[in-house]
Structures are given as C-alpha cells and as structure tokens.
Design a protein around this ligand. Structure first.
Ligand SMILES: Cc1cc2nc3c(=O)[nH]c(=O)nc-3n(C[C@H](O)[C@H](O)[C@H](O)COP(=O)(O)O)c2cc1C
Length: 182
C-alpha cells in the first residue's frame, strides 16, 4: 500500500511517532511517504491512505497541519484516513481530560472539513531538556498541578508504543479489507 503521513510538531515528539509508524509499516513492505506539514507535503491523491498527526499546544494543533487538512479535505475524505492527536492531557488517563482532548481533535477535523475514519489520541512527552527556561518553568507548574513528573533534569515519554503499533496494523488491515477486488 502507498501510505502518506503528514505531521505537525513543535518539540519533535510527533515526528518521532510518525517515523515509528513509517518504520513499522515499511518493514511490512508498505511504501510510506512522510512529510512535515511545514515542508510542502505531497497531495494525498496519489496515495491509497493517509495519516495526519499533530500535537496540542495551548489547546491548538499546528497551523501548517490545519492548512494542509483544509486544502486537501476533499481528497482525504475520498480515502481511508486517520488523525493522530498527540497531547499530555491524555497521558493522565483522566476522563475529563480525555474527553476534552477528543473534542479538540474532532474540532480540528471539522474545521478543516475533513472526516477521518479514525481519530486517535496519543500521549506525548515532556521535553524539559529542550524547553527554554520560561517554557520549562510553565510546563513544570502544569505538571505539578496535574500530578506529572516535575524533575526538569530529564525528559519523559508517555507514549504507548505498543498502542501506536497496533493502530498502524489495524489501519492498514482495514484498508486492505476495503480495497476493491480485481
Ligand atoms: C508550551 C506547551 C503547551 C502545551 N499545551 C498543551 C495543551 O494545551 N494540552 C495538552 O494536552 N498538552 C499540551 N502540551 C503538551 C504537548 O502536546 C506534548 O508535549 C507533545 O508531546 C508535544 O508534541 P511535539 O513535540 O510533537 O510538539 C503543551 C506543551 C508545551 C511545551
């Protein structure tokens, strides 16, 4: 299958998730093309399926990803597609935060006029070592309030890689099932 992955990232963790999916599906023989949304990604039309992935900062996903989804909504709607929304809110497992994260991801797709077959919430990372001083202090404050890790001398990854792998497998399996029989 020819699969397109377009991602938006601010501190790099969503790129890591996108590359993880790329590696996993390429190892199974799929042809995967991966692009940062800020790098003029190819149009979805020449692919069999597409995954868009973005992370949440101050309740919003990356503008470049929103522009891409809006520009190609009609093409995306004509193929199997999925939206991966990466955030810290979902790392807590707190139901209210999960609900908020799903509303946010759904609003992203709706505002673009895009109807992905799947919206998946993915727990992101706290990259204390990559934040500047101010960001580090703000993120530590939020982490403390939400009961997360506050030791700013290291980074923390909350992503469930097995769940990302399972999502990838399911996504290509569903596409394979719905492919026309020639
Ligand atoms: C300045 C800043 C603001 C953030 N705002 C939110 C937020 O509103 N909701 C949330 O759940 N996570 C928030 N996060 C957590 C990010 O979504 C998380 O760190 C994610 O892994 C970032 O992915 P990226 O490295 O691909 O940008 C924020 C992180 C930072 C640094």
């Amino acid at each position: 299958m020819k699969l397109l992955i377009v991602y938006g990232t601010t501190e790099g963790h969503t790129r890591k998730i996108a590359r993880f999916i790329e590696d996993h599906l390429q190892a199974q023989g799929h042809a995967v093309s991966i692009s940062d949304a800020t790098d003029e990604p190819p149009a979805p039309v020449s692919f069999d399926a597409a995954i868009l992935a973005g992370s949440v900062h101050m309740q919003r996903h990356q503008n470049a990803l929103a522009h891409y989804a809006k520009a190609y909504a009609a093409e995306l709607n004509a193929m199997p597609s999925a939206f991966l929304s990466v955030s810290l809110g979902v790392a807590s497992g707190d139901e209210a935060l999960m609900h908020e994260a799903m509303l946010n991801a759904t609003a992203f797709a709706r505002e673009a006029g895009w109807a992905p077959h799947r919206i998946v919430l993915v727990a992101g990372a706290l990259k204390y070592l990559e934040y500047d001083f101010l960001k580090r202090m703000i993120m530590r404050m939020i982490a403390k309030k939400e009961g997360r890790d506050t030791n700013t001398t290291k980074d923390y990854e909350y992503t469930d890689w097995d769940a990302v792998r399972s999502f990838s497998d399911e996504f290509v399996a569903v596409k394979a099932k719905t492919a026309p029989i020639k």
